[in-house]
Design a protein around this ligand. Structure first.
Ligand code: SF4
Length: 966
């Protein structure tokens, strides 16, 4: 095989010695030159991923010294990616000689990702080798936030924190201990820990992410997430950019394209012409917050044109309850049900939907027709986006699921299932009982229906004296930057009467860690344990995130006891940290805590991490048999392959599962509703004479009519509804320059604040300008690159304009990843992505930030750090947003009313101002919309509503008598 003739540039470069001369004699002898393979042959090469039997001895040529031929022998160890929630499979290539991880590739044995990754997967190597990463536990010196740190031992960390937690529990101050997580994972692990301590201490990021969608789905069928079966669908409807980002990005993207290749049509509703919209057959650029109006117009069309699935509606919706409650004058017949629905939605004509949303009526009709024709093979997804951005955004998910119900596509092949049907739930050793605590800093009475913790309001609750946190863990969590109103978070973090001790568990510096007392380095994706199982398609899998150097050491006959022994510096991992902490809280076992963290195999001894995972994997259906065939244990199987497919694609219609005779023994059936109960709990429903499990709702069916909404003081939302958003055009004054800002969209190569330490990713995406349509730009006299002042309700930020036809006229948008910062006194971190800023506080709630310098090249062990060519680190927009808690779902409503203007002559790019007094006033305004508990029977939350880390049932009542009965 020879090389092609060099191009003119190549020829000169080779002659000058700038690149190796591949055309001189001798160099043409390399075989396997990729340029001589056909596309099919290249595809075949990728199929030929090293087979597992060669994973301990895999030889490749070192690409860095090409064209020299230098062989490197690798050990290949599987793990999972942690750069988004998909947990795709990765394989670490470890240099056998140096025991260094050299690169990451996909894991073809992972059933969710099937060997493929997005850019963020292989970029894990950047995070491992980031010269700015934190390698030792640190304790602050001086005042909080001053930037002075000293190295301490893990012993000191564990002793200090465990003593404080021990005292809090012994003094019955359980609610002063909290663990606040950004990106979770750790399936059931933290339930084990926190419930083992007996505290209601879990807080999450859910209310700035997915509460809206969760609430909308939950109301229908008791499950709070969808699992679309894209690959088998005939029609796919996406609210926002799920093909290029979002849940579950790469696994879903593969399957959406697979579906398309088999003939499925794809429609996307999004005010931006995202990459997803550009790949779609239909783009519906809806005005933000009007999505539910479009979906109801489609529902009406399907009803009027009899495209609905009669059997499904008749059997699996609570239509009799609806007619009884809302149309008591009518006979209870199916025909009356359909007629009542048509009447209920008669105003939602395609023309009305067009007027609200801007989406053409013709397109709405065409898509509705196609959805109706797809029937059970209609897949759809809505997660953050519209559901996470609008007052009443939860109604978008509710109206979307309405289409799924109408077509009978709930839980079908090619339809949309509840996510839990495609997810493995582990059994943990020595499980603790649910806590007998209810923490009102997380679940306050004002939000009895929220999904879930009202985490975005925590600083305001603390500010108005509702409580304090004596020990607070933040983990993969950066609210100062990610959340709205970051300056109020900073004010509270600086106040030791609000946060007694703040331990930031993080592999890398961030804006929140700057304000902590302890900064504790935890392992990156390939440096710690975890298990993952996500609803990526119509099957079920479990994957093992494992510390790859630990596994390599084990294979090499040099096993270690604790993961930090193989991690760089003194980087620990959360699992071992929390087990050790639990033992120190209760060293003699007298508090009843330690027993949960003892070995299930060696009574009385501390559980090891291998024992914890062995216990779980022994209980994965089918894994024992498969492992036995290879003569290895369940844990060894997962260490070897990194993933196991539990069920390969028939997880459909699980609501039709028949109850067994044993289950039915002693059960009773309600004559009116046909709901089957046993021991005070509903367990199923009779459908066409058969006892089936149904759905976990009061009717055991999809609830078109929600008595729960009526009982909890929201009767106007008893059925799927369109709710006008806080940024509806009626609420904006265009004459004053008011626009809606869409601040939520993701860039495919970045992930919240976690990609700031990945040089390849930041090289791809490093600016967040304001997207603006040419018509709007012309009205304002803006051109690309001009400065624009975006005034929010509590302050402003100054950004640059990007004029693009990819934005719907009348709407502006700004990506939420960029604008990271550090102050001059802070430790250097994430220098690939952070501006250096000056922050001033006038002591009266006024906060100013301005950029001192952008991103600059720097000296480090990584030669690339001197080659940084980008300068613009973007602008931090979220910090200028006030909190907007939806009064029902609790979701932070991200969309902002902004007043656009040109900056003054002394105002500069990156300038930010916020008044935290105003932000507290906005908080109070939104709180006025709530309708607090109790609900029926003194309940503080509907009993049938789930809660992350669900407490004892008695805790669901405000009334003490009721608590005792439970
Ligand atoms: S989609 Fe990308 S970032 Fe997310 S887990 Fe997969 S490879 Fe990692």
């Amino acid at each position: 095989m020879g090389y092609k003739k060099p191009s003119f540039i190549e020829g000169i470069s080779e002659k000058l010695g700038i690149i190796p001369n591949l055309h001189k004699d001798g160099h043409q002898e390399f075989d396997q030159d990729m340029r001589h393979f056909t596309d099919e042959q290249v595809a075949q090469l990728y199929e030929n991923f090293p087979p597992p039997e060669k994973w301990d001895n895999w030889v490749e040529y070192n690409p860095k010294v090409w064209p020299k031929k230098e062989k490197v022998t690798y050990q290949i160890v599987p793990t999972t990616c942690f750069n988004c929630e998909s947990a795709c499979g990765l394989t670490a290539f470890i240099d056998k000689e140096t025991q260094e991880v050299k690169k990451f590739e996909g894991n073809p044995y992972h059933p969710g990702s099937r060997g493929r990754n997005c850019a963020k997967g292989p970029a894990t190597i950047n995070q491992l080798t980031d010269p700015d990463r934190i390698l030792f536990p640190l304790k602050r010196k001086g005042k909080r936030g001053e930037g002075e740190w000293e190295r301490v031992s893990w012993d000191e960390v564990l002793d200090t924190i465990s003593l404080r937690i021990r005292n809090a529990i012994l003094e019955n101050r359980h609610n002063e201990v909290a663990y606040h997580v950004g990106r979770p994972g750790h399936e059931k692990f933290m339930n084990w820990i926190l419930q083992g301590w007996g505290i209601d201490g879990h807080n999450s990021h859910t209310n700035i992410c997915s509460s809206g969608a969760r609430f909308g789905y939950n109301l229908w069928y008791g499950y709070d997430r969808p699992s679309p079966d894209h690959a088998e669908a005939k029609f796919i409807l996406l609210i926002s950019a799920h093909l290029e980002s979002g849940h579950y990005f790469n696994p879903h993207a593969q399957r959406i394209i697979e579906g398309k290749m088999k003939g499925a049509k794809l429609a996307t509703m999004d005010p931006r012409l995202s990459n997803t919209a550009s790949m779609s057959d239909y783009w519906m650029p809806s005005y933000p917050g009007t999505e539910a109006a479009v979906l109801l117009a489609m529902a009406l069309y399907i009803l009027q044109n009899k495209l609905y699935n009669r059997d499904y509606l008749e059997n699996w919706t609570n239509w009799q309850e609806y007619l009884n409650a809302k149309h008591a004058d009518k006979a209870i017949t199916f025909e009356n049900y359909i007629a009542a629905m048509i009447d209920e939605y008669k105003e939602f004509t395609p023309e009305f939907a067009e007027k609200e949303s801007g989406v053409k009526a013709d397109m709405i009709v065409e898509i509705a027709q196609k959805i109706g024709e797809a029937g059970e093979r209609f897949a759809s997804h809505n997660w953050r986006a519209a559901g996470a951005s609008n007052l009443g955004g939860w109604a978008v998910a509710r109206c979307l699921h309405f289409l799924t119900v109408l077509t009978g596509a709930v839980g079908t092949k090619g339809g949309t299932s509840p996510n839990i049907w495609n997810k493995f739930a582990p059994s943990i050793p020595n499980p603790p009982k649910p806590q007998k605590q209810w923490n009102e800093l997380h679940f306050p009475k004002e939000f009895p229906l929220s999904f879930f913790e009202m985490s975005q309001l925590l600083p305001h609750f603390l500010k108005e004296g509702r409580g304090k946190l004596d020990v607070y863990f933040s983990r993969v969590f950066n609210p100062v930057w990610t959340y709205p109103d970051g300056f109020t978070w900073m004010e509270m973090f600086m106040d030791e009467s609000k946060f007694g001790l703040h331990a930031a568990l993080t592999p890398t510096w961030n804006e929140t860690a700057f304000h902590a007392d302890f900064v504790l380095p935890m392992g990156l994706a390939s440096e710690r344990h975890d298990i993952n199982s996500y609803a990526t398609h119509g099957g079920t899998w479990v994957a093992f995130r494992q510390p790859v150097l630990r596994e390599a050491a084990r294979r090499n006959g040099k096993p270690v006891q604790l993961t930090y022994e193989v991690n760089p510096g003194e980087v620990w991992e959360e699992d071992e940290f929390f087990i050790e902490l639990s033992w120190r809280i209760d060293p003699d076992g007298s508090m009843g805590i330690r027993k949960h963290f003892e070995s299930p195999y060696r009574p009385g001894e501390k559980i090891t991490i291998d024992e914890y995972y062995q216990y779980i994997f022994e209980r994965v259906p089918g894994l024992s048999e498969t492992a036995k065939k290879e003569g290895i244990t369940e844990l060894e199987y997962m260490q070897k392959y990194g993933a196991f497919e539990i069920e390969s694609g028939e997880s459909y219609k699980k609501n039709e599962t028949l109850l067994t005779e044993a289950q039915l023994t002693g059960a009773t059936v309600d004559e009116n509703t046909q709901v089957i109960s046993k021991d005070g709990k509903d367990i199923g429903v009779i459908i066409n004479g058969k006892a089936m499990v149904g759905f976990p709702t009061p009717s055991r069916k999809n609830e078109f009519y929600s008595q729960t909404m009526v009982d909890w003081k929201w009767p106007e939302y008893a059925t799927p509804t369109y709710i006008k958003s806080h940024i509806h055009l009626d609420n904006l004054d265009k004459s004053k320059g008011e626009y809606v800002l869409v601040p939520t969209f993701r860039l495919p190569a970045l992930i919240h604040t976690r990609s700031g330490n990945a040089k390849w990713l930041v090289e791809i995406s490093n600016r967040n300008p304001i997207w603006m349509h040419p018509d709007d730009a012309a009205n304002w006299g803006f051109k690309t690159g001009d400065l624009v002042k975006m005034n929010t309700d509590i302050g402003y930020f100054i950004d640059k304009v990007w004029v693009t036809q990819s934005m719907k006229p009348g709407v502006v948008a700004c990506s939420h990843h960029i604008g990271r910062w550090r102050r001059p006194q802070d430790k250097t971190g994430n220098r690939w992505a952070t501006n250096t800023v000056n922050i001033e506080n006038n002591g009266k709630g006024g906060w100013k930030m301005n950029t001192i310098s952008g991103i600059e090249p720097f000296e480090s062990s990584d030669k690339d750090s001197k080659r940084i060519f980008w300068k613009d680190g973007g602008v931090h927009q979220n910090i200028t947003h006030a909190v907007h808690p939806d009064p029902i779902s609790g979701m932070h409503c991200w969309h902002q009313r902004v007043r656009i203007e040109k900056p003054g002559k002394d105002e500069h790019y990156g300038d930010i101002f916020v008044d935290t007094n105003k932000s507290h006033e906005v908080y109070k305004e939104w709180m006025k919309m709530t309708r607090p508990a109790p609900g029926p029977n003194g309940e503080r939350r509907p009993i049938w509503f789930e809660r992350a880390f669900r407490p004892d049932p008695s805790m669901f009542y405000l009334n003490d008598e009721k608590k005792k009965e439970e």
